[in-house]
Structures are given as C-alpha cells and as structure tokens.
Design a protein around this ligand. Structure first.
Ligand code: UDP
Ligand code: MG
Length: 322
C-alpha cells in the first residue's frame, strides 16, 4: 500500500469585494507552491461581498480541485471570516493571508521552513509603516498597537499582520475558543506555543480599495483592546482614586475659606470642576458600558459567522473536504 506522505497546507483567505484579485492570487500561490513537497488547498471565505467575488471564487473552485469556497450569509468582518475558514481547514498547517496581494506569497516558503524547524506559529509584522497606507490608517494603526501593548498583557509588534502560519495543534485550540468578538492577532499571541515573528514589506494592493474607514478603524481598535483586556477598567479606577485624593485635599481649603468668610463667588472654579468631573464620569461609564455590552453579546452565544453555501460536503452534520 502506498501512503501519501505529503504534508497538507490549508491557506485561508477572507475576501470582501476582491473580484479582480482572486484568479491572480491563485496563480501566484500556484507558482510559489507547486514545486514544493506539500499538498495545499486554498479556502476562500466570501465575507458578504457586493461585487462578483463569489462567482470568481466559485469559477476557480470548479477549475481547480484544491480551491474551496465558503460563502457567509452577510459581511461578518475579517476576523470572523478568517475563523470560518480556519474552522474548516484540515491541513497539518494553516496559513492565513489577505486576498489583495499585500501579503507576498513567496514568504510562505520561509514560513514553511520555520514550521519544519519546529515553530508552531510563524507570524509576520510590517517592517516599517505601510508605504501604501493612507495617513489616517497609519495614525490609527500606531495608536492601536501602542494602546494594546499598554493596556493588555500581550505584546504585539507594530503592524502585526493577519499573514501567518499555524500548526494544526494551534488551530485545534483556536477552534475551541468561543468569543463573540474575536481578535485573532491577539488570541494567537495569547495561545503561547513556539512563535516567531518575521518582518515583511507589504506590497501595494493588487486592485480595489481598502475596506476600512477611519471610523471603522477606531471602533475596531477600541473594541479589540477591550475584548482583550480588563486593564482599561483598572486604569480608570486609578484615575478615579487620584482625582478623589485631590478632592480630599481640596475640601479643607474650601471649608477654611468658608469659615474665614472669604468664600467669594467661585463661578469659574465650579464650572471647571463640574465640567471635569462630568466628563470623567461619562468616560468611566462609557468604558464600563463597553464591557457590559461585550458581556451582553457574549451571553447570547451567537455564532461568529453563518455559512450560506460552500463546496465542502456535509457528513454527519460536519462539513468535510472531498
Ligand atoms: N476583508 C474581509 N471582510 C471585511 C473587510 C476586509 O474579509 O469586512 C478582507 C479583505 O478582502 C482582504 C483583507 O480582509 O482580503 C484585508 O482587508 P483590506 O485590504 O481592506 O485592509 P488592510 O488590512 O489592507 O488595511
Ligand atoms: Mg489590504
């Protein structure tokens, strides 16, 4: 009996309005991987695209037996689309990458070498600020990594990307994580294992537009940090304590002024104090509110994504490859 000893690699690619990039990417992956000793499959997750992305993927899936598609029922966001693809991947290693060619496919070979060298996770981070990014993207990106490193227990390199390789044992742990708002870059770092980060220079988007607005990015940054750490609560508690201590020092001054009879009209100071404390209280309430909201959403146990169609085959309520 002949056993197939080739290791299997699953490449998971989330795609949102990437119609012109799909075929090109498959070609590039083929050029990179066809001469290696690995068997590979490409799992595209169409994240509710409004253009022809899904048809492009289906067309390619019909042409290539190693291309799979997963159509989500609406746009769930990149991390959830990735989780959908990872959930179906059965490779000995799983690689995630963007559909727009910003993640250079040839780096996969380097990742595979480190994997063979016994690393469980090979992740990547941008060597310098993305030369192709817009100003607001660079600013929010910087703020985000500073924020998460300061406010949580994990440390992420500036510009950590969703371009990584994970061994099957990491993927198994990842699949078991049931968090409503999953932030993969953080979770993967958090899992531990033997990790190594490789710097890379992002290429220019092959075609199409980046899909995040300034508002999206700020929301994503705040939400990811708070999904990952309760430290903001401690920080605001600290600020509260500090301000209370100041107030305690200030009260004797107020009383002495009153009894000494020179408690004159203090309009400016009262207004300033009310405005300051009003703002502080709203900030603290807002932060607590975000956490309560997260608990609320988590308690409902809604899935991270819903699959509308796929060319994986259902066997005993489980989707498998054929
Ligand atoms: N993407 C997705 N769902 C979204 C937004 C983006 O699946 O709601 C995909 C997109 O198709 C691409 C990757 O996530 O493959 C990165 O998105 P993009 O290039 O827009 O952002 P960047 O990371 O370059 O800032
Ligand atoms: Mg991109």
């Amino acid at each position: 009996m002949i056993y197939d000893l080739k290791k299997r690699i699953s490449i998971v690619i989330p795609a949102y309005n990437e119609e012109k990039n799909i075929s090109f990417l498959i070609e590039q992956l083929g050029e990179t991987l066809s001469n290696t000793n690995y068997e590979y499959e490409v799992i595209f997750v169409d994240d509710g695209s409004r253009d022809n992305t899904l048809n492009e993927i289906k067309f390619n899936a019909a042409m290539h037996s190693n291309v799979y598609y997963v159509e989500l029922s609406k746009n769930f966001g990149k991390d959830h689309a990735l989780k959908a693809g990872i959930g179906l991947a059965k490779g000995d290693a799983v690689i995630t990458m963007d559909a727009d060619m910003q993640h250079p496919p040839e780096m996969i070979l380097t990742m595979l070498r480190f994997w063979e060298d016994d690393y469980d996770i090979v992740y990547t981070y941008r060597k310098n600020a993305n030369p192709h990014a817009k100003k607001y993207q660079k600013a929010t990106s910087k703020m985000f990594y500073k924020g998460i490193n300061m406010l949580s227990d994990i440390q992420l390199e500036n510009g950590t990307a969703d371009f990584r390789l994970m061994d099957a044992k990491v993927v198994k742990q990842l699949k078991a994580i049931d968090e409503y708002e999953i932030f993969l870059r953080g979770i993967i770092k958090w899992t531990g294992f033997k990790q190594i980060g490789l710097p890379y220079t992002p290429s220019k988007r092959h075609t199409g537009e980046v899909s995040y607005s300034f508002f999206n990015l700020v929301k994503l940054a705040v939400s990811s940090i708070m999904a990952f750490s309760a430290r903001p609560l401690y920080v605001v508690t600290g600020i509260g304590l500090f301000v209370s201590a100041l107030a305690i020092l200030y009260i004797p001054y107020v009383l002495i002024s009153y009894f000494a009879g020179y408690a004159v009209s203090g309009w400016a100071s009262i207004m300033a104090t009310i405005a300051f404390f009003g703002g502080l209280q709203l900030l603290v309430l807002g932060i607590i509110g975000v956490y309560v909201g997260k608990i609320f959403m988590q308690s409902k146990h809604r899935p991270n994504y819903i699959i509308r169609s796929t060319n994986f085959v259902a066997v005993n309520n489980d989707l498998i490859r054929i």
